[in-house]
Design a protein around this ligand. Sequence first.
Ligand code: SAM
Length: 228
Amino acid sequence: MRIDVVSIFPSYFDGLALSLLGKARESGILDLHVHDLRDWTSDRHRTVDDTPYGGGAGMVMKPEPWGLALDELAASSSEPTIIFPSPAGEVFRQATARDLAQREHLIIGCGRYEGIDERVFEYAATLGEVRLVSLGDYVLNGGEVAAMAMIEAVGRLIPGVVGNPESLVEESHEDGLLEYPSYTKPSAWRDRAVPEILLSGNHGAIAAWRRDQQVERTRVRRPDLLGD
Ligand code: SAM
């Protein structure tokens, strides 16, 4: 998969050289490119923002650099999916990550200030599928943290990124439930024992216990996921 990220703070993404995604990039499974939006400006100050029409607080990202960036990046594939992190978008979920992990080419445009001139989203739709995606119901200063979260959630679903694919299957949100509790050695720690069933060697009973834990945990912590 190819991912192009456009931001006025490209160094936010330096952390993606680490850990599993760093290895995926080294091995070529993930072809990630981070671009500075200011490289598509033409004035001396490399200006990317201006005052809002109609008045109001804050600045708005100008459409011209975005148009040039999208033209260039979208031209590198036939079917780009263009994602704009936005608190006014659809909420990013595991199902969104699964969907996006099937795509060949993602372009992620990180907004700043009061956001991006609305015409950019309309124009982008002439180049590929456009998705406005929110990390959650709160407002961040920019799209970079949201883009990082999306890249990590999508990236780990690309075959070969996570060493043992089975570890992806049992995770929270994969089947609409939260994950069961996990324990490791020692079996007793600070007067707290690991649940006896996990030491029993009875795989059927362990699977049933874990399932019960998933349902109970979801009922208590995230009843909205159970939909009743
Ligand atoms: N004025 C915008 C609004 O009220 O919808 C918020 C702009 S916010 C300060 C600047 C940028 O941060 C947005 O363009 C977007 O890229 C990003 N952003 C903020 N909150 C976000 C969220 N919850 N999910 C994804 N991106 C977010």
